[in-house]
Ligand binder design. Structure first.
Ligand SMILES: NC(=O)c1ncn([C@@H]2O[C@H](COP(=O)(O)O)[C@@H](O)[C@H]2O)c1NC=O
Length: 507
């Protein structure tokens, strides 16, 4: 158990709020309080009796506060081993009073960087004394309790009330672990700032916010999301998100971000089974649904405009897992909330990371996100026939959806909606055949569509199959040594083909 009665405390905090109940308790327990300048002033306002650190060290705070607690009288008081005779005799020799409790709230480094402050201001917010106090007290958890965050004040008050002002070894060890979590997180942010996104340096991440998920990829697997999910979404209704929900939500958010005009996409297993633009969200939704109403069942839906009642009435007819939108009208929300499990996410405007990571083998792989999107200006016509203006718009639309579909993929679309796609196939021909068969099965007229391919055609077979299905315009990256064979086929059959030079594999 190794119970330690707290008789003395050092308090040095940047933000002074939330401290009051803890101070009241320390006062009540007659704890001797040592403190630094600003904190001392605050504590005295609360009616606490405080010994200034300067009086303990017999040394002033110097260099604008860069050195104030960094002194053997402070660190000796924390670090000496209470069961070590030599430490105890040195402590007596140098007249070092013991410190049983350390409370620190570090300089707000992360916040200062996020605020766009100057380099000089940021550097001043690298806490030295505070982080050293945290490390010292956490190292000596056998004898000392370390409180390294404002989030812990309530817990400490409860603990000290329950145990009459003392703590047990397991309490102190738990707080020490939290302290090293705090210090390593703090230093990771300093590293990332100093490193400035250098390609050379090892990658470091420290994410403290964790959201437990309903389950992992399957119900027997546990799952957790690490990150600030609450910043991005407000969950307005529905059950707890699952791992697969989030994977699909991620894909949905990336696809919808490609469009300025009102768009609705319906996703299953990260692929769009419907995607359409329209004058209104209702119109876009109905068109997206018509691509494949069978697959839409249980899907994840995203809209980039407010869900109004007209759209909600249509959406309400479908069983879906998640609906994401930037806003919901009150009457629309009321209607959609009638199904209690339905997950409704209000999406906030948050800048998304430009890198992505994935665990793999015994490590992690990292890459830049695929942020390249081709417009008409990126099209290089390689056939005799130039695509018509309408075909060009359709090629842009098809290419956007294609980029967000698992490879190998072929997307068949007009300028306003995806008709069908072939997804995640091991050959491009299979992807095309799947797309054609699907479009035919839902009665689409393929002579109205264009074709987008995520990677080049190694042979002319794809353009030939497309031509025979009635498709007359194609967008693809190009780059095959046999590009000319596909071009020649198109020229011989009045097809238009553009190349973008940008491949969009998605694994
Ligand atoms: N330099 C030091 O010796 C030192 N000791 C403690 N601090 C920090 O000073 C802050 C509190 O200062 P004040 O009580 O003066 O408002 C805390 O955030 C604490 O982490 C220090 N400041 C920075 O390193």
């Amino acid at each position: 158990m190794q119970s330690v009665q707290i008789k003395s405390a050092l308090i040095s905090v940047y933000y002074k709020d939330r401290l009051e109940p803890l101070i009241e308790l320390l006062k009540k327990n007659n704890v001797t309080i040592y403190s630094t300048g600003g904190t001392q002033a605050f504590l005295e306002e609360q009616g606490a009796e405080v010994v200034a650190v300067e009086d303990l060290t017999n040394y002033p705070s110097i260099f604008g506060g860069r050195v104030k607690t960094l002194h053997p009288k402070v660190f000796g008081g924390i670090l000496h081993r209470r069961d070590n005779d030599s430490d105890l005799s040195e402590r007596a020799q140098y007249e070092i009073p013991p410190i049983d409790l350390v409370i620190v709230d570090l300089y707000p480094f992360e916040e200062t960087v996020a605020s766009g402050a100057s380099e000089a201001d940021i550097i001043e917010k690298i806490d030295i004394g505070g982080i050293s106090l945290i490390r010292a007290a956490a190292k000596n958890f056998k004898d000392v309790l370390i409180v390294s965050s404002r989030e812990q004040y309530d817990e400490v008050v409860t603990l000290l009330q329950e145990k009459n002002g003392s703590t047990d070894l397991e309490d102190r060890r738990r707080f020490a672990a939290k302290a090293f979590d705090m210090s390593s997180h703090y230093d990771t942010h300093i590293f990332n700032y100093m490193n400035g996104g250098s390609e050379e340096q090892p990658f470091k991440q420290s994410i403290r916010e964790a959201t437990p998920l309903r389950y992992g990829e399957n119900p027997h697997q546990k799952g957790t999301f690490y990150g600030k999910l609450d910043e991005l979404f407000e969950q307005l209704n529905g059950k707890q998100l699952s791992y697969n929900n989030l994977v699909d939500v991620d894909a949905a958010v990336a696809l919808a971000a490609e469009f300025e005009e009102p768009v609705v996409a319906i996703l299953k297993h990260t692929n769009a089974c419907g995607c359409a633009t329209g004058e209104t969200i209702k119109e876009a939704y109905l068109a997206a649904l018509s691509s494949d109403p069978v697959s839409a069942f249980g899907g994840v839906i995203i809209a980039n405009r407010t869900i109004d009642l007209a759209a909600a009435e249509e959406l309400n007819k479908l069983f879906f897992e998640v609906l994401i939108a930037p806003a919901f009208d009150i009457d629309a929300l009321e209607l959609l909330k009638t199904k209690k499990n339905r997950i409704l996410l209000k999406q906030n405007e948050v800048e998304m990371p430009k890198k992505q990571f994935k665990t793999l083998l015994n490590g992690v792989i990292e890459q830049d996100k695929d942020l390249a999107t081709e417009t008409e200006a990126d099209f290089k016509t390689v056939t005799k026939r130039e695509p018509t203006a309408e075909e060009k718009k359709a090629l842009v639309f098809a290419a956007k959806v294609c980029k967000h579909t698992k490879s190998n993929t072929i997307v068949l679309a007009t300028d306003k909606m995806m008709f069908s796609s072939g997804v995640g196939q091991t050959s491009r021909v299979d992807a095309l055949r799947q797309a054609i068969e699907k479009a035919n099965s839902f009665g689409f007229d393929l002579s109205k569509t264009v074709m987008a391919s995520d990677a080049f055609f190694p042979f002319p077979d794809c353009v030939e199959i497309a031509d025979k299905a009635g498709i007359k315009a194609v967008v693809q990256p190009g780059g095959s040594i046999k590009d000319q064979d596909s071009i020649a086929y198109c020229d011989a059959h009045n097809m238009a083909m553009v190349m973008t030079g940008v491949r969009h594999f998605k694994h």
